[in-house]
Design a protein around this ligand. Sequence first.
Ligand code: UDP
Ligand code: MG
Length: 315
Amino acid sequence: MNRISIVIPCFNEAQALDQLFDRLDQALAAVEGATFEIVCVNDGSRDNTLARLLECQQQRDELVVVDLSRNFGKESALSAGIAAATGDAVVPMDADLQDPPELLAQLVDLWRQGFEVVVARRADRSSDSWLKRVTAGAFYRAHNAMSDIQIPNNVGDFRLMDRAVVDVLNALPESRRFMKGLFAWVGFRTAAVDYVRESRVAGTSSFNGWRLWNLAVEGITGFSITPLRIWSYLGLAVAAVSLAWGTWILVRTLIFGHDIPGYASLFVAVTFLGGLQLIGIGIVGEYVGRAYIESKRRPPFVVRRVYRSPASTTD
Ligand code: UDP
Ligand code: MG
C-alpha cells in the first residue's frame, strides 16, 4: 500500500473547493493500492477558504489543513505543503482544477515503474491567453539560455515526486523559492504525461502581469548569474570599440589636422553609456538585494496552525 500526499496551495479559493473535492474523490478512487492524504495550505486567504476547508475536514479524515500566518505567495505555500506532506509520493496541484486530478492514476503508474519524478506536461495551453503563452514562452527561452538548469516549457508545478526527491527539496536552505527551478535542479529519473490544461473552475487568477514579471525575474536570478557576467563582456566590447575609435581620431588629426567635431556623437555616446551603466547597476542591485534577503535566513513561510482530523492521528 502506497501513501500519496496531494498538496494544494489555496489563496481565496472558497468557491472552487466543492468542485475540487468532488473531482478529487473520483480521481483518487480510480487509483489502486494507495491511501491518500490531502494537504491544503491556506495562504492567507481573505475569503472564507479556511472555514470551508475546516468544514470539509469534518467529513474527510485524510484532509490536513496548514494555515499560514499571512499570504506568502504560491511558491512559499507550496513549500509549506510539501514540508507538511508525509506520503511516499507527493503531488502538488492547483486548487482551481486547472490540473486535472484524473491524471493521477497515470502519474502513479509511471512512479511505480521506477520514475522518481513524473511531470504533467501541458499538451495544449489554449485555456491561457495569447499574451500569457507568448510571454511564458519567452521566459522559458531566456531562462534556459542563461541557466545551466533547464526548465522544460509547458511543465508546471503539477507532478508526482518520490519521497527521496521531496526530502531533497525540504532540505534546500534557501528562503526565496522558485519551485519550477528547484524541481528542475534536484534532477532524478523523470517521466512525462501529457494533458490538456483546462480553465479555472471558479474565481480568478491571482497572477497579473506584474506578479508574473517578478516571478520571471525570481526564476532567472535564482538560477543564473549570466546577467551579472554580461557586463564584463559588454564593457570589454565597448572599451575595444572606443579604443579603436580614439586611435582613428588621433591618426586622423595628425594627418588631416584639427577639425571641430560635432557634439551629437559625443552626446549620444555619453547618454548611451550612461544608460548601459544604470542597467548594469540595476542588475547588480537585483542580486545584491537577493543575497541580502537570503542572508537574513528568514523562513520562507510561517505556519499559524496545522489542523489534522482527530481520527487521522490514530494510524
Ligand atoms: N496561490 C497561492 N498563493 C498566492 C497565489 C496563488 O497559494 O498568493 C494558489 C492558488 O490558490 C492556486 C494556485 O496557487 O491554487 C495557482 O494560482 P492561480 O490559479 O491564481 O494561478 P494561474 O493558474 O493563473 O497561474
Ligand atoms: Mg490557475
